[in-house]
Each structure stands twice: as C-alpha cells, then as structure tokens.
Design a protein. Structure first.
Length: 252
C-alpha cells in the first residue's frame, strides 16, 4: 500500500458472480490477501454459500444478492454496503450469462437477455460503483471478459458481442477517470477449467486443446492472480488494457 491510496487499510472489494467458477476463485483470493470482500449471486442460496466460504477466511466478508440488469437491485446493494461500511473501491465485474444459438435461429429475447446482463448490467453497476472511487480519488475496475470478445465464436454472437462491448466500455472508463487515479482494465480468459468446461464432451475438449499452444486449460487461480495484481498498487500504471490469459490460443 502506498501513499496514493487514501485508505489506511486494504480497500473493500466487490466481486460479482462469486458463487462458483472464476468469481469464486477471485473472491477467495482477495479475501486471503486481507480485503473485506462482498461477493454476489443472483439468489439468496448463492449468497449464503458465498458468505460461508468467505467468512472462513475473512469474518467481515459476505455474500449478497444482486441482479445487475435491474437498476433497483444495484441501488439496493450499494445502499446496504454503505450502511455496513463495505463500500468498495475495487470492483471486479465477473457476472455474466450465456444463451447460445446460431444467429439464424437466435430469438430477439436470447440476444437481448445476454446484452442486458453482460453489458447493460455492467453499466448499471459501474455507474454507481464509480462515485465513491471518484470521491476517494482512487479505484480499480476490473472486468472479466472472454477471448470470444476478440475472436468471436460459433453460436455465441450475443455473448461475443457483449464481451466485445465491455472492451470498449472499459477503455472509455480508463480515459474518463484516469485523472482521479482510477484504473479500468479487462481480463479476457480463454478456456478455463471450471464446472462449465467439465460438462463438455471429451471430443469437444480434445478439439479445444488442439487450439491451445500450451495444451492445457487455464486454472481459475491463474485468473484470480491476475485480478489480484490489477487491483494492487503494483498495477497503478496499467489502464485501458485487455489482458489475455488463454494459453496462446489468441495472440493480440
């Protein structure tokens, strides 16, 4: 911690979509570093699971319910965080959904739902989260995107478009708030070994691995380590960047 950070203790952290996968790994990593972490899920059951996991490491950390595509839910969350002295200066925006289909078969609702959660939802979230950062003149915004936001993917036009949109959104935030010592970056994972990839057929897994020069899936802890670095003072001169972590399957 340096003098450029206005707090005398580690800043509070908000991690969305923290009940499993990458969000879970990131929330646990940040709690292990000593941060007070609030992780979100879309259900009370998910939030309770997060509380159990985080409290074992950091008793002041907990889970909360958030539906980021609903502005009222975002406002309610930040009201609660302020009351509980848990207002975050580090936002790690991981939550997202998929609804895969070929464009010729994709319904407007499938397109709209993914964009509403993954892109508009992150606007809802960031537009509120940025205000205390501006006041503190310090902040970290980290979006969890995807390699498909840069290369596209068969049957995922809606998801790829939402993640590509986050790249432009993150870069714009970096330019708008640099004068307030707020950085904004995006992590774009490739294929990571999570419960979602575990459900894939072996043939699909083998095809994926053939496209990865390192010949393995990434680990959630590797993504969490990168998020942890970007949230620290060591990354204070990095902003507006898309950081790819994909084993070499896409080289920018």
């Amino acid at each position: 911690m340096t003098d450029s950070n206005p707090t005398t203790q580690l800043p509070n952290v908000l991690v969305t979509g923290a009940s499993r996968g990458l969000g879970q790994a990131i929330a646990l990593a940040m709690a292990t570093k000593g941060h007070k972490v609030v992780g979100t899920a879309t259900s009370a059951e998910g939030a309770a699971k997060i509380t159990t996991e985080l409290a074992a490491i950091s008793p002041s950390s907990c889970g909360k319910v958030l539906r980021q595509n609903e502005k009222e839910s975002v406002d309610q969350l930040f009201t609660e965080l302020k009351e509980e002295e848990a207002t975050p200066l580090i936002l790690i925006a991981n939550a997202g959904i998929t609804s895969d289909n070929l464009v010729l078969r994709m319904k407007e609702e499938e397109w709209r739902q993914v964009l509403d959660v993954n892109l508009t939802g992150n606007f809802n979230l960031t537009s509120v989260a940025i205000k205390p950062m501006v006041k503190a003149r310090w902040g970290r915004i980290i979006f969890i995107g995807s390699v498909v936001g840069s290369i596209g993917n068969l049957g995922q036009a809606n998801y790829a478009a939402s993640k590509a949109g986050l790249i432009g959104f993150s870069k714009s935030l970096a330019r708008e708030f640099a004068s307030r010592n707020i950085t904004s970056n995006l992590i774009a994972p490739g294929f990571i070994d999570t419960d979602m990839t575990a459900k894939l057929d072996d043939a699909i897994k083998e095809e994926m691995l053939r496209n990865i020069p390192l010949r393995r899936y990434g680990k959630p802890t590797e993504v969490a380590a990168l998020a942890s670095f970007l949230s620290s003072e060591d990354s204070s001169y990095i902003t507006g960047q898309t950081l790819h972590i994909n084993g070499g399957m896409f080289m920018d």
